[in-house]
Design a protein around this ligand. Structure first.
Ligand code: GUN
Ligand code: ZN
Length: 404
């Protein structure tokens, strides 16, 4: 059991967060058994100079691209060809993939991320080693092997049936082995996936109530290519035809959408991973935040490393505001989209997303920069210069995975 005396910032809704000074968080068997004001009598670990936040959720991140962050090419398709595909090909080698997975999970913990939705390279061994590392370390994640069965370099190109069978094997192996881990089917994006592959993924996922992730409408050259390849009325319509529009599908980016596409996404309760840093790194465009909110489509923030430049989700809360040219994103709203909002979207808010009695103890403890006090203003400061706050400890289900 641990009693930790600290200052809690808790998301409540998209428009509300609570600042609770000097609370005792009690953790037993990985679960938060109480959060209550300091009574001055209970023996506690003294974290009273630290802020406790629910561990951060990264809704879209490429493990296979962790080492090629910052390799620049200012447009999606040339960037994929020049930097991403050669780097992902390196993960064909089991040792490389295994070392990379370990580095990556340690890096996630060091920035306070306690749940992530992950793409691995298009090799079963790369995905397998990621699961094995995550399982051994106590990581919480959805992890999938990237699928690509056309228009891909030879080193990455998969046979349609192999890609499907290997993904199903990984699903069967990991779906119910460890409650902290699950498989997510991961067709890369429409240009590198046949309609047959996408339809088979949708069929299996529907029959098994499984998760799916892919990319949607990121870049205008990509849109033209999708039009050329599939000839349908829109990019979203391609996924609709494949059967991939569904509540347990997460679409990354979703920038250049028509009103009809917004209606389709909403009708099927599909989810979006909003990746503001990546969207401007690759000059893909501005996320239509107002339109998405007006349409009532649910979304959370993704780092999109390696097009995103940082794994630190507090960098992405800042970008959520900065990458809107006129809409002001308030700190409560930004926090919600890396914590409780994403937990709800994933159907995991009974377990994670806030520091609440009965939830699992996924908590990050941070210290402000020297001279800054902790108070009501801390949330705003975290959202706008959170990467200057030092992560002191990160725990997942009560297990400490990182200590500074
Ligand atoms: N579209 C297809 N693959 C990728 C990828 O790896 N990163 C990004 N940002 N977009 C993609
Ligand atoms: Zn991505």
């Amino acid at each position: 059991m641990r009693n930790i005396l600290c200052n809690v910032i808790n998301p409540i809704s998209a428009n509300e967060a609570a600042f609770l000074p000097r609370q005792i968080i009690t953790i037993q068997d990985g679960v938060i058994t109480s959060v209550r004001p300091d009574d001055g009598r209970t023996a506690c670990e003294d974290y009273s100079d630290k802020i406790a936040l629910p561990g951060f959720i990264d809704l879209h991140v490429h493990l296979s691209q962790y080492m090629m962050r910052g390799l620049y090419e200012p447009a999606l398709l040339p960037w994929l060809n020049k930097h991403v595909f050669p780097e992902e090909a390196r993960s064909a080698e089991a040792d490389y993939a295994s070392n990379l997975a370990q580095l990556f999970f340690n890096a996630l913990c060091s920035v306070g991320t306690t749940m992530s939705v992950i793409y691995t390279a298009p090799f079963p061994t790369a995905c397998k080693t990621a699961f094995e590392q995550a399982d051994a370390m106590g990581i919480r994640a959805l992890i999938g092997m990237t699928m690509m069965d056309k228009n891909s370099p030879d080193e990455l190109l998969q046979n349609t049936n192999d890609s499907l069978q290997q993904s199903i094997e990984l699903y069967n192996r990991w779906h119910s082995k460890n409650p902290m881990l699950d498989y997510i089917f991961t067709p890369r994006f429409a240009p590198t996936c046949s309609m047959e592959l996408m339809q088979e993924v949708a069929r299996f996922a529907d029959n098994n109530n499984a998760w799916v992730q892919t990319h949607l409408s990121e870049n205008t050259d990509e849109l033209s290519w999708v039009k050329e390849l599939f000839g349908l009325s829109s990019y979203t319509e391609v996924y609709h035809k494949a059967g991939l529009l569904r509540p347990k599908s997460i679409f990354a980016h979703a920038i250049h959408l028509s009103p009809q596409e917004l209606v389709l996404l909403k009708e099927h309760d599909a989810k979006i991973a909003h990746c503001p840093d990546s969207n401007f790194y690759l000059k893909s465009g501005e996320y239509p935040l107002q339109l998405i909110m007006d349409a009532g489509i649910r979304f959370g923030l993704g780092s999109d490393v390696g097009a995103g430049t940082s794994l630190n989700m507090l960098h992405h809360t800042k970008m959520m505001n900065f990458r809107q040219s006129s809409l002001a994103v308030l700190p409560t709203n930004a926090l919600y989209h890396i914590t409780l909002g994403s937990a709800k979207l994933l159907g995991m808010d009974d377990k994670i997303g806030s520091i609440t009695r009965g939830k699992e103890a996924d908590i990050v403890f941070l210290s402000p920069p020297a001279g800054y006090s902790i108070g009501e203003q801390s949330l705003s400061q975290l959202v706008f210069f959170g990467s200057e706050f030092k992560v002191m400890e990160t725990m997942v289900a009560g297990k400490s995975l990182y200590i500074a």
